[in-house]
Write a protein that binds this ligand. Structure first.
Ligand code: COI
Length: 366
């Protein structure tokens, strides 16, 4: 049945492996450009459920040009990371949380849920196999990218009866080539990312493709990312498309951390959830509250918002220094990464690297 997880078998073959490729990737290739030597694949059919799970050499897939996923976007993905602990050990961060979100996304897109055991087992198998690809060092990790899509060849408008799950991995450092500078964001004034009742809370491919055009326009204005607003009133701040946003009010022991609530149009970020939990331990007040763009500007002008940062698995914690909008630009704080983002980054990195107690059981050791 579809809820039983098949065993993952090792399927031998020739991988494109070369020490040169690995060296290039470990030296800092661009995000998602040089993949490790292996991948995990598993198939699902309506008749047989999940089957044929295998760890095999990274190689092109054989796919019908009529595969539903290509035409109608029936496709979801995830992103999570494994951190180097010792040459023999790694910590996969919150794989079950990502497995649950993957299942939620799948349900929204009428795809079969990948059993949590298969999802986590695939990550364990791939991380073990390609452990030499896990970068060692500050802020570096092995990025794990599962994708699930409709592979059945049919073009009628109905959910596919055959799907493919693939797990890839690649070494990664900083998502932005920004180094440690604060990024500039541009408020979307033409397009919207997600509407009530739509797919905004699902990690489906289309949510990302539909943002490229706005991203390109923003980049031409000198911005790194787009700030998406709600689709109805076009004034409530939602997220950055690939990252959630946090607002820091005040300083010292009066510091409050706020992020927009999950109303169905925002991706429920695992890093967002992690930071909401960690912040309490650092003595910060934490709230989930909506904020408008004009309020964001006013509170910055009044010095009440002292920092803003984005967070996500890929981007980790990235400070926002400047905001571009149709009504003109403004600066957040002094335009540079702030101390609260710094403290949260350090706290998060300490958990990833095993230097702080894993009080919530987030690190899955392999
Ligand atoms: C992540 O943060 O891992 C994401 O999936 C966002 C984006 C890079 C696709």
């Amino acid at each position: 049945t579809s809820s039983a997880a098949p065993d993952i078998v090792l399927r031998p073959g020739t991988s494109a492996s070369s020490a040169d490729r690995r060296r290039e990737a470990l030296a800092g290739a661009a995000f998602g450009e040089v993949f490790t030597d292996h991948m995990v694949t598993a198939r699902w059919t309506a008749t047989d459920g999940w089957h044929d799970a295998a760890l095999e050499p990274f190689a092109p897939l054989e796919l019908s040009p009529a595969a539903v996923g290509l035409h109608y976007g029936q496709s979801v993905f995830e992103g999570f990371k494994a951190y180097h602990r010792t040459p023999e050990r790694a910590a996969i961060f919150r794989p079950s949380a990502h497995a649950r979100r993957f299942a939620d996304s799948a349900r929204r897109m009428a795809l079969p849920e990948v059993p949590v055991d298969l999802f986590v087992g695939a990550a364990e198998a791939l991380v073990r196999q390609d452990k030499d690809w896990i970068p060692d060092g500050d802020d570096r990790s092995l990025y794990l990218r599962p994708v699930l899509f409709a592979s059945e060849a049919h073009l009628a408008l109905r959910p596919a009866r055959a799907c493919l799950f693939v797990l890839l991995a690649f070494p990664t450092g900083n998502f932005f080539d920004a180094g440690d500078r604060a990024v500039t964001v541009a408020v979307a004034d033409e397009y919207v990312r997600a509407a009530p009742g739509g797919t905004g809370a699902a990690k489906c491919g289309g949510n990302y493709a539909s943002t490229y055009l706005a991203q390109e326009t923003a980049a031409r204005k000198g911005a790194d990312q787009v700030v998406w607003l709600d689709a109805v009133e076009r004034r409530w701040v939602e997220e950055l498309g690939g990252m959630n946003l946090f607002f820091v009010y005040g300083t010292g022991d009066q510091t409050t951390l706020t992020t927009p609530p999950l109303t169905g149009t925002i991706l429920p970020g695992v890093t967002r959830d992690t930071l909401l939990t960690l912040a309490g331990g650092l003595g910060l007040q934490v709230t989930e509250a909506p904020i408008t763009v004009s309020r964001w500007r006013e509170e910055c002008a009044a010095g009440r918002i002292t920092e803003v940062f984005a967070c996500g698995t890929a981007a980790r914690i990235t400070s926002v220094g400047r905001v571009l909008s149709a009504d003109g630009p403004w600066t957040v704080g002094d335009g540079r990464p702030g101390p609260v983002a710094g403290r949260l980054s350090a706290a998060l990195a300490a958990v990833h690297r095993g230097e702080a107690a894993d009080s919530y059981g987030w690190c899955h050791l392999v």
